[in-house]
Write a new protein. Structure first.
Length: 318
């Protein structure tokens, strides 16, 4: 695997993972990084990520005060953040966004960089999104297979999935993560709400509450510090994995969530995770399908779980 900070025409031939270079750890850089990543993946290179919370520490004056009261208490993280009092909040918001990038990677010019290094208030939030990242591995790994087959990026500006909705043409800070998830990162210090446009042509579910919402409208989404606004397109199938501490551990399918509203098909992919044996057919492919007219779920291909479908399949809204 090649991890590179620069790209050029033809670089997509090399299967390279790119990152946004050694950027400053500031709120402005977080805000600018979101459209930068969407522009990058729109070129046909699907693997792009950032140093979570930036790389270079900015020069912080001794009398520095955040623009708003920090949403994460920095008092027990001074050894990491010094007098950059809103940096734990910035790290949390960037980490939440990082959970929905092709590669999730915390890295930077800091004395400490572990999830427990940003204070007791930050740690459970970071743990929440780290566990969610592992829970979503069956979905994310299947997106990697889709990219391998088609070149389709994981993260896509909304115009790529909703070309018939003119309202999405220039939205810089929302995107699709695969076919199902709409992600709306929070990039303003002190913010606990943000405006989110839900594209027309389908309904949407709030991932956290399962509330069903009409598409084609702008809503004000709740975004307390432990919540990134996250929505699921109606007519989606999302496989979720069991709790694991490492991708080297065997992960079972814990549940398959159906979000009704339209027919849905998802190709679930698995392999040994270590070798190129998948190129020789050593892999597991299961097609998951939801039929909206009959409200029936079926799966074809390799057996992806041993439990009964009734214990695995969850139809949201029922």
């Amino acid at each position: 695997m090649i991890l590179a900070r620069a790209a050029y025409l033809g670089a997509q031939r090399n299967g390279t993972v790119f990152w946004s270079s050694d950027i400053l750890s500031t709120w402005d850089m977080l805000k600018r990084s979101i459209p930068a990543g969407l522009n990058f993946t729109a070129t046909g290179m699907p693997y792009w990520d950032t140093d979570i919370a930036g790389f270079f520490s900015p020069q912080i004056p001794a009398n520095y005060k955040a623009a708003h009261t920090p949403l994460v208490d920095p008092s027990d993280a001074r050894d990491t953040v010094d007098n950059y009092e809103d940096y734990p909040e910035l790290f949390v918001r960037w980490f939440e966004w990082g959970a929905f990038q092709p590669v999730m990677r915390a890295h930077g010019e800091r004395k400490h960089n572990e999830v427990w290094a940003y204070g007791k208030q930050a740690e459970p939030i970071l743990e929440k999104y780290l566990r969610l990242r592992y829970q979503l591995l069956p979905y994310t790994y299947s997106l990697a297979y889709r990219s391998y087959q088609t070149g389709a990026p994981f993260t896509r500006a909304l115009f790529m999935d909703f070309p018939n909705d003119p309202n999405v043409a220039n939205i810089p800070d929302e995107y699709m993560f695969g076919p199902a998830l709409l992600v709306a990162p929070v990039s303003e210090q002190g913010a606990t709400h943000r405006s989110v446009y839900l594209p027309a042509g389908c309904d949407w579910y709030d991932y956290w509450t399962n509330e069903r919402l009409n598409g084609g409208q702008t809503i004000t989404a709740d975004a307390p510090i432990d919540t990134i606004p996250l929505f699921v397109r109606a007519g989606s199938v999302i496989p979720l994995g069991s709790a694991v501490l490492s991708a080297q551990q065997k992960q079972d399918i814990a549940s398959v969530r159906i979000y009704p509203g339209a027919d849905a098909t998802f190709t679930l992919f698995s392999d040994d995770g270590n070798t190129y044996a998948y190129e020789k057919g050593v892999r597991s492919i299961t097609t998951l399908h939801w039929d909206e007219a009959t409200h029936q779920f079926r799966h074809e291909g390799a057996a992806a779980w041993t439990a009964t479908d009734k214990s695995i399949v969850e139809i949201v809204g029922r």
